[in-house]
Ligand binder design. Sequence first.
Ligand SMILES: Nc1ncnc2c1ncn2[C@@H]1O[C@H](COP(=O)(O)OP(=O)(O)OP(=O)(O)O)[C@@H](O)[C@H]1O
Length: 766
Amino acid sequence: MVNVKKQEQQHMDDVVAKIRSAEDRDRQDIAEVQEDRRAIQADFSNNVRIKVGTYSGMMETALTVRQQQKLLEERENNWKQASQHLEILEKLEKKPYFARIDFQEEGEPKSEKIYIGLATFADKPDNFLIYDWRAPISSIYYDGGGLGNVTYMTPDGKRNVNLTLKRQFMVEDAKISVVFDTDETVGDQMLLEVLDENADTKMKSIVTTIQQEQNKIIRDTDAELLFVQGAAGSGKTSAVLQRIAFLLYRYRGKLTSSQVVLFSPNQLFNDYIDQVLPELGEQNMLQMTYYQHVQRRLPKIHVETLQERFEEEQNELNKKLKVLKDSLKFFDVTTAYTRYLETNGVRFRDIKIGSEIFFKKEHIRKIYYSFNENYHLRNRLSATKERLIKELNSRINKLARTDEVQKEIQDLSQEQLNKLYGDRPRNFANAEKEMNFLGHQYVMREFQGVHRAIIKNRFININAQYINFLRSVPDLVDLNKFALSIDEWQLHISKVRDNLKQKKLSLTDVTSYLYLYDCITGKRGENDIKQVFIDEIQDYTAYQLAFLKQGFPRAKFTMLGDLNQAIFTHENSHSLLSELGTMFDAKKTKVVQLTKSYRSTQQITDFTKEILLDGESVTAFERKGEKPQLTSAVDEAILVEDVAKCLQKNTADKLTTAIIGKSLAECAQLTEALKQKGIQTTLIKTENQRLANGTIIVPAYLAKGLEFDAVIMWQANAANYNDDSERQLVYTICSRAMHRLDIFATGDFTPLFERINPELYNIKKY
Ligand SMILES: Nc1ncnc2c1ncn2[C@@H]1O[C@H](COP(=O)(O)OP(=O)(O)OP(=O)(O)O)[C@@H](O)[C@H]1O
């Protein structure tokens, strides 16, 4: 192997030398383009005089400016391309490739060897020294089955090859440190090395060690809905980011990063993953949380935050209401209600100027329902708006002609008059036309508010409409089936109404509120978006997913989640899959399961999976570590002392720690107690904060999707986690740990730990 390493290093050195020459060429190109750009600009300011005296002069100037702009744009594009290319080369220079495969294509006389890296590199046309990891042939490196006859997919169909060598390299700064020859998927040894590393505050790409199952997710191009169910730490998020990079490569020219949206669980998570695509040489997709998606449309309404949602009262009635309002049935009920609005029932509001009514709501209603039954909500509304604008204009015109207005115009200063003319050329046919124009402009200014109210649909009383919708619900669905009585429903309506009066909406209501509004206004979905990714799908409701589906009508969906980590939707999460089944065509739906957990040591995974009732399907990746440590005391002060020691130990072992508590209040208390002992930590209070270096203290609902070297679960006592519905939350917290897990509680531990085999952890009681 020593010889092999030497030979491979020699090859790598050759490739690096060629990369460096290509870099030099790129740098030269960039310098030339910059010089060119400067010259064009200088030339322009020296030679172009603005000729505005005559029409032909103006045209000539305009043409020159256009030509110059085009030249500059071209240079700009060249510059951008060369800079991007250079950036990729600079990455390749440090790590040109990480794998080599030798194979013989069926029907080809000779065998080939190729090297696989982050991007394609050729020193001359068709002489590829490095293949992109996303190229069709690279797929065989990731697929299982070992050496011998294997197949891979190309855009033109399947190809067969005889694979004779699969070699992996660990590379740092263009120096090969280890070479592995392997006949497995991607050798465990390499994976072990990668997983043994410490966590960062930023997620890294997994391009060198993508596993076979993950490769399927990454390269799928058929499914309209790709649903990935995977255990905590099984690489769902990693795979999906790689998938985005793959799709951008596969559909280069047809798909751009701005046509891809990723819905993530919180803002912190966005921050955590935002380096992966740039590391892979691609631009980041659009990233947002569901909360941002809805809140940006309702700037004047306070939408319930993650913390409020997490800490809200979970009484029996609220649970039952959620079952109904989060369901697909309720989405259908909303749609049915909007059908009824086609003939009756839309709520309007007066359009006013100050306190004076300009258009009465009764008048608007009359117009709205004056169109025949072929008008649906969208065209009914636009026809109404058209009619209102027409009426507004005719009232303006009438007013404009009155002596009073004409006189007021004559009293205006030149400056005020200029404002009225605006950009309009002053070539009126006669003085009367000019006065009419000025009169119209003059009066129009006063009625701008009315115009805006019409354009922006302000005459629709959406709040009253929403309440009316809720009142109609008992006619549209059998409340008994949801174990709800009419009285309970009425009580709920009055709560929503009170909330709306205070300009507040819960996350459940906000979706049906927006959907109702969209149906009435006929808002079309965002057709530009081609791929939608939803992470942590278990925290979405079927209603929200139906809403997203119709909001992105041309998109393919990839949804990933772990039904065992549903911390907001609890018991509903398992029905989600079947509800999704009715939303998408079964033939175009693909479900992939990931069961192996890569994040944590075997000891941690074996412990955490026992928290679950059906955790058998989770398997640990064999990486050894310490057993989780449970510590309890009656006195909290003793525990804080122990936490401090634990932090010291972690720091000495170069492990960064996250302390995860249940509520924000508890986390804040601990932060303070540690501070008293001179221990500095960062308390993460909201999702809009940054992930700091050093120890952080974070409430559980913000820890979703993140991972840390060491986790301290704070106050895992019976008071905090007492019933079955908390099981998934406890699992989520514990499964954030990569290398070490310590659990503290005052008093008794949560009964959810009772089912765990005591051999799987160490316990200490003060
Ligand atoms: N093929 C792989 N090679 C190297 N590391 C991997 C691989 N797959 C997953 N990992 C690592 O495992 C950890 C967990 O991955 P990831 O966060 O993507 O899992 P997840 O399924 O989204 O987890 P969760 O549901 O708990 O948020 C990460 O550190 C990731 O880098």
